[in-house]
Design a protein around this ligand. Sequence first.
Ligand code: KIV
Ligand code: ZN
Length: 410
Amino acid sequence: MKDVNDSESGGRVTIFDTTLRDGEQSPGCSMNLEEKVRLARQLERLGVEVIEAGFPIASEGDFAAVRAVAAECRGARVAALCRTAEADILRAWEALRDAARPRLHTFVATSDIHLEYKLRKTRGEVLEMTRGAVRLARTLADDVEFSAEDATRSDVGYLCEVFAAAVEEGATTLNVPDTVGYTTPTEFRELVRAVRERVVGDRRDVTVSVHCHNDLGLAVANSLAALDAGARQIECTVNGIGERAGNAALEEVVMALHVRADRLPFACGIRTEEIYPTSQLLSEIIGFGVQPNKAIVGRNAFAHEAGIHQHGVLSNPLCYEIMTPESVGVPANRIVLGKHSGRHALGARYGELGYALSRAELEAAYTRFTRLADRKKNIYAQDLISLLSQETRARGPFLARAAEFEVAGA
Ligand code: KIV
Ligand code: ZN
């Protein structure tokens, strides 16, 4: 069994990707079997350690997709979700039959509000359901994760009692979900610490996991805060898709670990250059992308329009970039020409188009450019060329590809 609790600061964090399960549950994000397998392959290439492939009892399609992903992915662990009912667990196990590294992931809600209005069960009954589910799951799989749904709105004492029962029955991962995206970083850190201290103690064979939703925009912050308290698995999704406002975004979690390794000294095994291709593949499959200013993978994440910024980036990208676009698989940083751009960026773009301008030519072009940029949102290579004097145009080596070159607003 892996040693996950060797130190509270540093070590390894497991990235558990639930794009194919929680992500797929969000409106407009459904995927067919072939698409799920294609994405799962890319998740393996990305270096995800656990791929949650679906909820097999939910539908024939989910069952078939989990089977197909399990057959395809031989390196990553493949997880299947199930409630605590025997039929759920058996169905999930059947779907995982061919997996090289199967994980059964069983869950039940632990908050009083869910017990009273959704499950109509007492605390004692849910405790027994937990015991029964984990016990059965362990007769089938060595790797069993137990999640306490709505953990952040549960009574902490009761939550720890349920988790302790799951550990006694052999659960190897205890997942603390913020199902409704309600918690805050400091509160969540305290909760995870309580679970670590009261339930896991010195055991080195039980991993504490977190699964945060983004209803208050805090999913990534909450997930990272939990690392301080000893969580060593983060559940997340590509592009942050998921129920309602989504789940913690994988790319944000991973790049926070990467860029701020001084504060978050955890290895996670993700090949960061595969982040952008993975994000693009998901967008292509589900038919919509992320908002332009989305961290890490948004169209503007590495775009610089303000003149001062452009000058800085052209001199040294470190002036305004805390990571390179290449490090996440974005081909190059994009200097976007618009009304805030300065002479440096304009000169650099003319250079790319094959025109080496004198200071006076650049000045003249810049004056025309700012007038145009006030009126026109997207400025293309053709526009830039037309801003040059006839003389300069005739002199410059006209690039045949210039017409295809989209300079701004791509
Ligand atoms: O948000 C949640 O509580 C879940 C669990 C099933 C892990 O998705
Ligand atoms: Zn969830």
